[in-house]
Design a protein around this ligand. Structure first.
Ligand code: KIV
Length: 267
């Protein structure tokens, strides 16, 4: 096994923050895409519940079930040799610590997840503590929370005013204290993401959260220009590449070289 294909681990992702190496992440829902991005050298593959929108065609992520996440996780996992496999807990499968442990155990046993991701702020601290207490690596997710779309009143940038920004910052600190191993920051002002990244010892992975995050993640169909509207925080890497594999390579190079995200991709 070459150095390039040696499997990465969750502690190694954390060590990348300490070494100042940007973490590259993409979503995948099947073995072929997962394998192509793994071979290109992506560090983290996320089977996101965004599959409800980009694969299943729903307007939100809310209809996605745990069985569907397990199915897509096991498909994507078969394509990986090196990248860490993170999988979303879908809507209302982690409402309390016991339900969260049971749901996470299925993602790990049946789906092959190495890390699970869940959305929400301080109200998730107890669930994260319970999962971490069972040695389950947790990726927390703050900012725009697609599973809370109805409470938020749409898909909007979060943490814009001072009070919301303070709450978001405090939530990030509380979730690290509760045992989160990684933190996704979605659609938050670049300055706030930079302050959170500096305050935490766990890595932050941004999507629409500016260049200071310790890593970046994009929905694969967005960065290949397949979705109807390219979000402001995204770049179409396929138009500038010779094919899909080259687009993955270009994305990894741009994140590592810190040419993506550029100021125009931020808030
Ligand atoms: O579901 C998903 O794909 C996600 C990413 C956008 C971070 O949560």
């Amino acid at each position: 096994m070459t150095e390039h294909s040696k499997p990465l681990t969750v502690p190694e992702l954390r060590a990348m923050k300490a070494r100042g190496v940007k973490i590259t992440a993409l979503t995948a829902y099947d073995a072929t895409f997962a394998s192509a991005m793994d071979e290109a050298g992506v560090d983290l593959v996320l089977v996101g519940d965004s599959l409800g929108m980009v694969v299943q065609g729903h307007p939100t992520t809310l209809p996605v079930t745990l069985d569907q996440m397990i199915y897509h996780a096991s498909c994507a996992g078969r394509g990986l040799k090196r990248a860490v496999l993170a999988v979303d807990l879908p809507y209302l499968t982690y409402a309390n610590p016991m339900q969260a442990i049971e749901s996470a155990a299925r993602l790990i046993r049946e789906g092959g997840a190495q890390m699970i991701k869940l959305e929400g702020g301080r109200q998730r601290a107890e669930v994260i503590r319970a999962l971490a207490g069972q040695d389950i690596p947790v990726c927390a997710h703050l900012g725009l929370l697609p599973q809370s779309v109805h409470r938020m009143g749409g898909y909007r940038v979060q943490g814009r005013d001072e009070r919301d920004a303070r709450t978001l910052f405090e939530d990030a600190v509380l979730l690290e204290e509760a045992g989160a191993a990684l933190l996704v920051l979605e659609c938050v002002p670049a300055m706030l993401a930079s302050e959170i990244t500096a305050a935490l010892s766990i890595p932050t992975i941004g999507i629409g959260a500016g260049p200071a995050c310790d890593g970046q993640v994009l929905v694969v169909y967005d960065m290949l220009g397949l979705t109807a509207r390219c979000p402001r925080f995204c770049r179409n890497f396929l138009v500038e590449s010779a094919g899909i594999r080259a687009a993955f390579g270009g994305y990894i190079e741009a994140v590592r070289g810190q040419t993506f995200p550029a100021p125009e991709h931020g808030y």
